[in-house]
Write a protein that binds this ligand. Structure first.
Ligand code: NAP
Length: 421
């Protein structure tokens, strides 16, 4: 019998109770063990009285129940971090779905786990029900990973899908909230931070690097309009919020940004709240993972698989697979070392010679135009949409600053990256 304590009985915690109870036979068949939920910790016991589980009054009481595994499903940083650390210090293996705490405190958590030789498993922290952490750690372990590129946030993918169906941003966000995909405060999703935590975790696992999340940047989707989605479509692209990580000369580019993907790109067809991750390895080539990136049940599926994996090792007195092959601190590429293609939407005075002025400013910064379309003309203003050739990102942003000074340029409405293989 493996004794399990659960911290948090919200969406995921309740589904974890259900999967352990409903699929007891399958679990026993696969690992030859039964699970006993010895207790759970919540904030407000009165909400959970019908769940037929002992509700502890403090974390210290949870420890006194002598669990074999502690499952942290509280979320956010405090007190989740302290509980994870205390569990590891007490030699109790941890399973968590908490991307934020892992991305913000990797050193504190993984160094302690390795020092104590106690495992921490976190399959559910990235991609909900999609198996991705274990495939990267185990199945693809012999590969030199070249790139990870994914749609890691279901809320923003749902909103972008709704824009593609012709809804304005506010209406798309409201629909996401009504469906329960977006939080009442959707800032972490919209700003790209949620996806940034996840790509940081996947990069750490794949490349064996320690990442300071403060050195990474994310751009969100709040300023993307229906208009941009339609213009992108006319040009043969879909706009997706992409989390991307690649390595160049032992330096890393790990970022989140909205991007124009050609229709033929495998991630372009991932719609609604679905998630997908494309991994490129030197021997395996490209592999793609797809599924429900959130939701109580899919996430509980990943949590339960971690509990089973740890239990298997406990039952067979094996040494656990430890967290870390983390070898070094990641050096992050700077803007002057990064190259991209860009989409640029401007609103300009509808006068002769404007285009030449824009082309000159861009050329002064070594940025060249691949194609341009004039979209609308209204009250003396025209909207010009450019696709630019690949250029140095720092040069591009300098050219944007200079374009804002051109008297015929009323507004730089939006800049987005365009996929280049
Ligand atoms: P949730 O529904 O908000 O549930 C959180 C639970 O933690 C609640 O039961 C709450 O107690 C309890 N809790 C909060 N603060 C606490 C404290 N200080 N002490 C003790 N208990 C506390 O969250 P969730 O959606 O299940 O998410 C849990 C974790 O899974 C998070 O790390 C999240 O990022 C991750 N995750 C969630 C999903 C998803 O689809 N929901 C997907 C992937 C990963 P009360 O019930 O008494 O308020």
């Amino acid at each position: 019998m493996i004794r399990i304590a659960i911290l948090g009985l919200g969406n995921v915690g309740t589904s974890v109770l259900n999967i352990i109870r409903n699929n007891k036979d399958i679990i026993y068949q696969k690992i030859g063990e039964n699970f006993e939920i010895v207790g759970a910790l919540v904030r407000d016991k009165s909400k959970h009285l019908k769940k037929e589980v002992y509700l502890a009054s403090s974390f210290e009481e949870i420890l006194s129940l002598k669990p074999d595994i502690i499952v942290e499903l509280i979320g956010s940083v405090h007190p989740a971090l302290e509980y994870i650390i205390k569990s590891l210090e007490n030699n109790i293996p941890v399973v968590t779905a908490n991307k934020e705490v892992l991305a913000k405190y990797p050193n504190e958590i993984f160094a302690l786990a390795d020092k104590k030789r106690v495992p921490i498993y976190f399959e559910a922290a990235v991609g909900g029900g999609i198996p991705i952490v274990r495939p990267l750690k185990v199945c693809l372990a012999a590969n030199r990973i070249k790139e990870i590129m994914g749609i890691l946030n279901g809320t923003t993918n749902y909103i972008l899908t709704k824009l593609d169906e012709g809804f304005e941003f506010e209406s798309a966000l409201k629909q996401a909230q009504e469906k329960g995909y977006a939080e009442a405060n959707p800032e972490s999703d919209l700003s790209g931070m949620d996806a940034l935590y996840k790509i940081a975790i996947l990069s750490s696992v794949s490349f064996g690097i320690l990442i300071d999340i403060n050195e990474l940047s994310s751009e969100g989707i709040s300023n993307i309009s229906l208009k941009d989605v339609l213009y992108a479509r006319d040009l043969g692209y879909k706009i997706k919020l992409i989390a991307r990580s690649c390595v160049k000369d032992n330096k890393y580019d790990i970022r989140v940004y909205p991007m124009l993907l050609p229709f033929s790109h495998p991630l372009a067809s991932v719609s609604n709240n679905m998630n997908s991750i494309l991994v490129k390895g030197d021997f395996v080539g490209s592999v793609m993972f797809y599924g429900q990136g959130a939701g109580g049940n899919p996430t509980a599926s990943a949590v339960a698989s971690d509990i089973m994996d740890i239990s298997w090792h406990i039952r067979n007195s094996h040494t656990h697979r430890l967290s870390g092959n983390i070898k070094s601190k990641a050096i992050i590429l700077k803007p002057n070392e990064l190259f991209s293609r860009f989409y640029l939407r401007t609103i300009v005075k509808d006068n002769p010679g404007v285009l030449a002025k824009i082309a000159k400013v861009l050329a002064d910064h070594n940025v060249s135009i691949k194609s341009m379309v004039q979209k609308t003309s209204d009250k003396g203003f025209a909207e010009l949409v450019f696709i630019l050739h690949q250029c140095n990102e720092q040069n591009f942003y300098k050219s944007i600053e200079d374009l804002k000074l051109v008297d015929s340029v009323k507004e730089i409405a939006l800049t987005l990256r365009v996929y280049e293989d």
